[in-house]
Design a protein around this ligand. Sequence first.
Ligand code: FES
Length: 167
Amino acid sequence: MPTATFHNSDQLAAAAQPFEALQPILLRHHRSPDSLIEILNQAQQFYGYLSVELLRHVARSLALPDSQVFGTATFYHLFRFQPPARHSCVVCTGTACEVNGAAQLVAALEGALRISLGARRSDGFVSLGAVRCLGTCSAAPVLVIDGVVMKHQSAASALATVRELAP
Ligand code: FES
């Protein structure tokens, strides 16, 4: 069984108090169960996603049952339960983009990335999501890769872009 080696008292204290960085957030909200969603939101911003251990820690800290914290977190789409992928591809599937070929973009990207829409690849390389209208309908179909909006996309241009993504 692997054992941890601590080189100073700070490391030992950090290991003894998991999610220590969450303490100021909990204190700011007076450990109030009424602030559960806000605390989960800030925990996700801090740690990138909500792990099972983190959800259990929040439940203990607020004196709530695990089931209530897990149930609340899974109810809202804004929460993630896996680390974010290194790259994010989001296809607009709003009406104007659908009419102009969003389905072909999705099919091409699903095939090239070997994941389904809404999924994150198991190696953490990329996620493929959808959004309903980005407000740039005149540039349909629109694809967003790593936060960059790409207008007037085709399956070929989308594939060319994802092939350039750093591993
Ligand atoms: S429908 Fe895609 S940008 Fe509006």
